[in-house]
Design a protein around this ligand. Sequence first.
Ligand code: ATP
Ligand code: MG
Ligand code: ZN
Length: 258
Amino acid sequence: MIIESLLKVDSGKPSQSDAKLCQQCNSRPRRPLGRVGDTECFGLLCQDCFNSPERKITEERTQVRAQRKLKSQKLRDAISFVVPPLYRDSHIRNVAEIIKKTFLARKPFEGLLLSGSVGCGKTYSLYAFARYLICRQNYVIFYRYEDLLSDIRASYSGNSLSESQILHKLKSVRFLFIDDLGTTASLNTESDFSLRTLFNVLDHRINFMLPTFLSTNKTVEELGKGFDQRILSRIAGACQILNLSGNDKRLQKLKKKY
Ligand SMILES: Nc1ncnc2c1ncn2[C@@H]1O[C@H](COP(=O)(O)OP(=O)(O)OP(=O)(O)O)[C@@H](O)[C@H]1O
Ligand SMILES: [Mg+2]
Ligand SMILES: [Zn+2]
């Protein structure tokens, strides 16, 4: 089947009639498309073949296939923009059952705080959630907490987005992910800048019922000490909290290797 509109259009003088026969039925003359200067242009098919329902169906199918391909390429681009190569196998089906269930059963405006020891799979789970949401056409922002703070600090030098532009994005995005919240040593308190930033973002998101997904190495009590009770109270009100236990998966991988 020839899909005329996707193929090159032939041109030449009508007198060379055998070359001007329809490429499909090879019996009727190709349909004229008009003149370009002195040259008369023809399609590849005759009018009947061009109008045939089969050709239209095939062309529609080709277009649908091309659109699907474009859509899945866009999706792959969006995922690889957010999910780094180390976590490329982070799928919701691979995360621990309890985490998966809690994520899928949560209310639309609820977030999740994953608290747990080093290497137990917090970041992996957050990336799995992000991938799940992106695949369902949601826009997400994923930040390591330290990177978020340093991007805001960098905004003061005026080379990139301003602080208020960054904060606006963090406050308004439908799904926000903050990995590794509170990386100060366990008893130290966060800086004033860190407190203000997190409070500002969380308070706004909670008021607008936008879910935030967080991970931390600290316990909930340590988070309360490191940040403050107002922040902890907001996290507790807006997020389901999962205390994860488990071995360090990095070390397990290492043991398997050697
Ligand atoms: N469910 C899983 N399936 C396969 N690999 C996993 C899974 N969870 C974690 N991993 C792998 O284990 C390693 C550690 O996981 P991850 O980085 O998520 O830990 P973490 O809890 O975020 O650690 P940290 O507290 O140091 O940030 C990673 O290499 C990750 O790819
Ligand atoms: Mg992590
Ligand atoms: Zn024909």
